[in-house]
Design a protein around this ligand. Structure first.
Ligand SMILES: [Zn+2]
Ligand SMILES: [Zn+2]
Length: 173
C-alpha cells in the first residue's frame, strides 16, 4: 500500500517500493493509463511538521496517435517531489525552522495516515503527453482516401498544389 503511519516517520526515513495495478494500490486510473502494473518508488522523510516525499512512477500508457489514430504504447518514468503537512500540528510546532515553502507544493492532510496514492495518480496524469505521436515522423493518414501513409502509398499521394507558388510565379517577369 501507499499509506504510511506518521508515527513511523518520527524516528526514521522510509522508502516505499511498490509494484502493482493502480486499483490494488488505491489509485483510480483509466484502463488505458494502467495497461500493466505501475512501479512506484518514494522516499519519505519528516522534518519538523513537514514530510518530504520524493520519488518516481514508472509505467506504460496506451495512447492513440494524433496523426494516424493507431493505438500505441507509451512507456514513461516520471519524477515527483512534494511536501505534506499534517493539519493537526498545533502542538510541538517548531516555528523557527525555515522550509523552502516556495519551492515545493505543500499538500495538507488529516489524521495519522499519509497516503501517497493521490500524488502518484497526479504524476501519471501529468505524464500524458500533450501531443501523442506513435513515432516522431509519423506520416499520418491521407487527407484524400484516409489510408495510413506509414503502411502504404495511395493514388492520391503527392501534396496538393500550393497556391502560394502560383502567386510567386505571377510576380516573376
Ligand atoms: Zn501515428
Ligand atoms: Zn490517399
Amino acid at each position: 500500500m501507499l499509506k504510511v503511519e506518521l508515527r513511523t516517520l518520527e524516528y526514521e526515513d522510509l522508502i516505499l517500493e511498490e509494484k502493482g495495478w493502480a486499483k490494488a494500490l488505491g489509485i483510480e486510473l483509466e484502463p488505458q493509463l494502467n495497461p500493466e502494473p505501475l512501479e512506484i518508488y518514494c522516499e519519505l522523510s519528516k522534518s519538523g511538521d513537514l514530510i518530504a516525499a520524493k520519488g518516481w512512477v514508472k509505467g506504460k500508457m496506451l495512447l492513440s496517435c494524433d496523426r494516424c489514430l493507431k493505438e500505441f504504447e507509451n512507456p514513461y518514468k516520471s519524477f515527483f517531489e512534494i511536501h505534506y503537512r499534517s493539519q493537526c500540528v498545533e502542538e510541538e510546532q517548531e516555528k523557527d525552522e525555515v522550509f523552502p515553502e516556495g519551492e515545493f507544493e505543500i499538500v495538507y492532510f488529516e489524521g495519522d495516515l499519509l497516503d501517497v496514492a493521490d500524488q502518484v495518480r497526479q504524476t501519471v496524469l501529468l505524464s500524458v503527453p500533450m501531443r501523442a505521436l506513435c513515432k516522431e515522423d509519423c506520416r499520418g493518414l491521407c487527407g484524400g482516401c484516409g489510408c495510413d501513409l506509414n503502411l502504404s502509398t495511395c493514388g492520391c499521394s503527392g501534396p496538393p498544389p500550393d497556391s502560394r507558388w502560383e502567386a510567386l510565379r505571377k510576380l516573376k517577369f
